[in-house]
Design a protein around this ligand. Structure first.
Ligand SMILES: Cc1cc2nc3c(=O)[nH]c(=O)nc-3n(C[C@H](O)[C@H](O)[C@H](O)COP(=O)(O)OP(=O)(O)OC[C@H]3O[C@@H](n4cnc5c(N)ncnc54)[C@H](O)[C@@H]3O)c2cc1C
Length: 458
């Protein structure tokens, strides 16, 4: 009977577990899948190293450095090629190199991506009166502050690339909290974002974050953590139900040993929100909490990998990748130039690897299409965006049902209710990408925070 039981061996659960492990706490992680990592999954097919979920982690969060160091991986953490950091936006039939940093006024004024009027409106942002951005959609916020042209060209592609979201439903303060905070505190976004960044650096020197991975792919991190946890991590163990026995939680799971019952004093739910809600529904004091969790919608995403001969592309893959503006002739949400980021992604020189993201809230039909139909439109899109002509040497499709939790309008209020509900249920903790941000960094930060709280309360 462990003191703390963590359900879910994605990066949120593993970050919490590693914090407890380092402190010598008594705990156990139960993960339904055979392999650790959840959405972080690296596979090798026909010699290509494929990231089925995330491709990169940004190295500007101290907790992530700590986790990587605790796993003994600091020397193996590789940075993406510096010459390929730029992103492109696909609009009006061509790729536009995105001004970096994204909200630099002067650079934005040089891009042909926006109309002259759109640029003028964008440049007026610092003079737009401060508004109330609580419970406001990304589109409404963007239109109000930056104007419709910049919203469509800059904000919306990021909303679909990061959240797979509908810009009319995505809540700005939950999905892009720094933008909302810049307006709230400084009354503008463009200078406000710089001031926020300076505050976070504590006046230290400016440093652009690097995008990182590992030579064998991102799954190196969860796999190494699971190996460090050894007997405290059990894969292939699916939790079927949670019940209460006095102050303890009783957990039933099925695993290699058949049906197992175990108890714990602290229970950490690190699963997607719907599953957490389903598990909690039967607890008398958690019905409201379960309702809140089950009400969080998620969207499906389909990831399509295409390996190709470099000579079959007319456009250079000299960047991170491109995001597409909706209704500009391609169905794909965006494409990462995976082989331009890190070495060792293809099986031989002269080959490239392209990872495209499709589906999301505005194109939910994709997940139910057959592989051939998906491949057909992705290849047609690649022919338009990067001039791919020829036969792929490798294709692979990964379907992710319920991939991205949706930070819909009302999410911040829901998150506050979730926190209030948890206060009344001692021993219960919840972590995951539906609470404090979807990035790996966000998950690590909140997982470690819960680990530290459990240690301090022990
Ligand atoms: C296609 C895609 C691309 C992305 N790209 C990036 C990127 O480039 N950079 C970035 O920072 N972020 C990216 N993200 C986001 C990031 O990968 C995720 O938000 C993060 O990995 C989620 O981690 P998690 O632990 O909260 O959830 P998950 O990874 O979903 O982990 C939850 C775990 O719970 C387990 N589980 C579920 N039910 C049970 C049960 N009953 N019993 C036991 N275990 C159970 C699951 O098997 C799973 O392993 C991407 C996400 C996707 C889907």
């Amino acid at each position: 009977m462990p003191d703390t039981l963590i359900i879910g061996g994605g990066i949120s659960g593993l970050s919490c577990a590693m914090t407890l492990h380092a402190a010598g706490a008594d705990m156990l992680v139960l993960e339904a899948a055979e392999e650790p990592g959840g959405k972080i999954r690296t596979e090798t097919h026909d010699g290509f190293r494929l990231e089925c979920g995330p491709n990169t982690v940004q190295d500007d969060v101290p907790e992530t450095h700590d986790l990587v160091a605790a796993a003994g991986l600091t020397d193996e953490w590789i940075a993406s090629r510096p010459e390929n950091h730029d992103r492109f936006i696909w609009k009006n039939g061509r790729r536009h190199r995105l001004p970096s940093p994204p909200f630099s006024i002067l650079k934005a004024l040089t891009t042909p991506m926006m109309s002259p009027l759109g640029k003028l409106r964008f440049a007026c942002e610092p003079f737009v009166a401060r508004g109330d951005n609580s419970a406001e959609s990304l589109r409404s916020f963007g239109d109000r502050r930056l104007g419709p042209d910049a919203t469509r060209s800059l904000l919306e592609p990021f909303a679909s690339g990061i959240h797979g979201a509908d810009p009319d439903r995505l809540e700005i303060e939950s999905a892009f909290p720094k933008l909302a905070e810049a307006e709230r505190r400084f009354g503008n976004l463009l200078p406000g974002m710089f001031k926020l960044a300076r505050e976070r650096r504590g006046g230290g020197p400016r440093r652009s974050p690097l995008m990182r991975s590992f030579a064998d792919g991102l799954q190196t991190l969860p796999a190494t953590i699971a190996a460090c946890l050894a007997g405290e991590y059990r894969g292939g163990c699916r939790v079927q139900s949670v019940a209460r026995d006095g102050e303890s939680f009783v957990v039933h799971y099925t695993g290699p040993q058949g049906n197992v019952e175990t108890s714990c004093r602290n229970l950490v739910l690190a699963t997607p929100p719907r599953i957490a809600g389903d598990l909690l529904m039967v607890l008398d004091d958690a019905a409201d909490l379960a309702g809140e969790l089950r009400a969080i919608a998620s969207t499906d995403v389909v990831v399509v990998h295409v390996g190709a001969a470099e000579k079959d592309l007319t456009a250079p893959l000299d960047g991170f990748g491109h995001l597409a503006v909706r209704d500009h002739g391609v169905r794909t949400l965006g494409t990462i130039y995976a082989s331009s980021l890190y070495p060792g992604r293809c099986c031989s020189p002269g080959q490239v690897l392209l990872t495209s993201f499709t589906g999301g809230a505005l194109d939910p039909a994709v997940i139910d299409m057959d592989d051939d139909a998906i491949l057909q439109f992705v290849l047609a899109d690649l022919s338009r965006t990067v001039g791919f002509r020829g036969e792929p040497v490798m294709t692979r499709i990964n379907r992710w049902p319920e991939a991205f939790p949706q930070y819909h309008i009302g999410h911040a209020a829901r998150q506050r209710r979730i926190t209030e509900n948890l206060v009344g249920i001692p021993g219960l903790h919840i972590i995951g990408n539906y609470l404090n941000g979807v990035s790996i960094n966000d998950c690590i930060r909140s997982g470690m925070a819960v680990g530290r709280r459990l240690i301090s309360e022990a």
